[in-house]
Design a protein around this ligand. Structure first.
Ligand code: SF4
Length: 426
């Protein structure tokens, strides 16, 4: 979400005669688009703001803006802690960024934190780098779930779905610019359109799949409670729907899931994974985990490890519980000892590393279709891209053009695959 919002900021600022600067020293304006999902992220912003105070002092006239979730959460506090900040703007205020910058140029500090549901900025087309073959498309904003630990509904507001017609127009326009993969974005994509009486999410997927040039469709994030049978069945019906689902489990213990307010049980989660595997053998799963949620016992934690053992996720993001202001979990008394939580996180990540390696190794010797994203970071002579299952592949290119290439996987690393190109496919 933040990446799409940053791309929108680029579009807006280029219409206000600003260009992306090649380095911090050459910049006149720095915009920090912030995250507040965990405590660590927001500590980092204040440390970056310390650096920017010195950067600003080095040349008069430089401007600093802070937007996104931390700005929404801390509001005026940002300027109290960092008085050199010229603009503080919340998640719903991106659309007026050029006016805010003009005010700041006239030395008028701006605080814009309105969160009206009408304040969407879907009409601002995110900047797309030249030659991009993959693009993110926001289909909704905000969330109504209020999971006990999560700050998103407080900083990104209530759930609002974007009209399906607008989404389809954006997808068609992207296809016209050479994009072959779209990633549909929302905090809870499976509840798309329910409040507004829009077409349901599976129908949206069906319509997007009719855009001929789009060869790959992904979506993120699916809520395990709301992922319904109709959407699951589409994995059998729509070939361009990529065989990878990000399905955040958070905990494998029913007791903890209930305390988190997630609305599903371990059994229901596993049944959905099973149904997807049945329809699309080889489908990849990734997940999110929180360890050390208030009241989590060693037995609860072992339940999480046991679900991991059953699903064998391809990858996951895992964090120690971090209390966020204004959430129910921040008031919960039964805190887990920080050392204990750190130890659980280490054990979980070790198990995940083993499963990731297992999943990657299973690809060796196979020919996979890779969507090329650019030069490989590990070797500029190699290309880098992703398989339909969302695995990164660094490969030695042949002399063939095209966004999708057929690659023979010759090896597996800790997080990615290596291979050699075979033939052209698109
Ligand atoms: S569904 Fe996701 S974004 Fe919404 S409150 Fe729960 S964790 Fe946060």
């Amino acid at each position: 979400m933040n990446a799409v919002d940053s791309a929108r900021m680029l579009t807006l600022m280029s219409s206000a005669d600003y260009l992306a600067a090649p380095s911090l020293e050459e910049a006149d304006l720095v915009l920090l688009n912030t995250c507040s999902i965990r405590e660590k992220a927001d500590q980092k912003i204040y440390s970056d703001l310390g650096t920017l105070r010195r950067w600003k002092q080095r040349r008069p006239g430089r401007l600093v803006g802070v937007g996104g979730c931390l700005a929404q959460q801390d509001g005026e506090e940002v300027r109290k802690r960092a008085p050199h900040v010229d603009i503080v703007f919340g998640t719903h205020n991106i659309g007026t960024l050029p006016e805010m910058v003009r005010r700041a140029e006239r030395r008028l500090p701006t605080l814009a934190l309105g969160m009206d549901e009408e304040m969407t900025h879907w009409d601002v087309v995110p900047h797309l780098p030249a030659g991009a073959v993959s693009a993110m498309v926001a289909i909704m904003q905000g969330c109504d779930n209020f999971c006990a630990y999560c700050v998103v509904p407080l900083v990104r507001g209530r759930e609002v779905s974007r009209p399906a017609g607008d989404i389809l127009s954006e997808v068609r326009a992207l296809a016209g610019r050479g994009v072959v993969e779209v990633v549909l974005l929302g905090q809870n994509v499976n509840s798309y359109g329910k409040k507004e009486g829009e077409i349901p999410f599976p129908e949206l997927l069906r319509r997007i799949s009719a855009v001929e040039q789009i060869k790959r469709i992904r979506f993120i994030t699916s809520h395990p409670r709301d992922l319904d049978d109709r959407t699951i069945r589409l994995f059998d019906e729509i070939e361009t729907l990529c065989p990878h689902v990000h399905l955040p489990l958070q905990s494998g213990s029913d007791r903890v899931l209930e305390a988190m307010g997630r609305g599903y049980t371990r059994g229901e989660y596993l049944a959905k994974v099973g149904a997807l595997r049945h329809l699309r053998p080889g489908i990849a799963f990734s997940s999110d985990f929180i360890v050390g949620f208030p009241g989590e016992t060693e037995d609860d934690f072992r339940e999480t490890l046991s679900v991991m053992g059953e699903v064998r996720f391809d990858s996951s993001f895992s964090f120690r519980f971090s209390p966020r202001p204004g959430t129910r979990a921040s008031e919960m008394k039964e805190k887990v000892d920080p050392q204990e939580a750190a130890d659980r996180l280490r054990r979980l990540q070790e198990l995940q590393a083993m499963h990731t390696r297992e999943r990657l190794t299973a690809q060796v010797g196979r020919e996979v279709l890779v969507l090329v994203e650019g030069a490989s970071a590990r070797d500029p002579g190699m290309r880098c891209g992703r398989t339909a299952c969302n695995k990164t592949v660094n490969f030695t290119p042949g002399n063939i053009d095209g966004a999708l290439r057929s690659v023979l996987v010759t090896g597996a690393g800790t997080h990615s695959l290596v291979g050699e190109e075979r033939s052209a496919n698109a």
